[in-house]
Write a protein that binds this ligand. Sequence first.
Ligand code: SF4
Length: 102
Amino acid sequence: MKPERREILVQILNEWELKNKSFDWMDDAVCKGTDTSLFFFELGDGQKEMAAAKAVCVTCPVQQECLVFAVDNGFEYGVWGGMSSRQRKAWRIQRNKMRKAR
Ligand code: SF4
């Protein structure tokens, strides 16, 4: 029997040395099964491509989980959780400041 797509993805992600290995949220992702090039467009593409990806993310019920997953694991490329790489970096810095302040 062929393994499910999700099982293959989880197997690949398990082989990476990820800090955050929570994958369950992916089942509810709006982008599940879609063309990932929407979120990983070419370097040099402009605001139009970024806006198209973010427009999908804004409807996603697991946007926060996606963002935390990407930031925890230091993903530098693509749109995750409705944020660009630069936005995620700023969000991570802000989160770290808030954690230290507690
Ligand atoms: S927030 Fe965006 S990239 Fe993340 S799972 Fe949802 S649609 Fe996909």
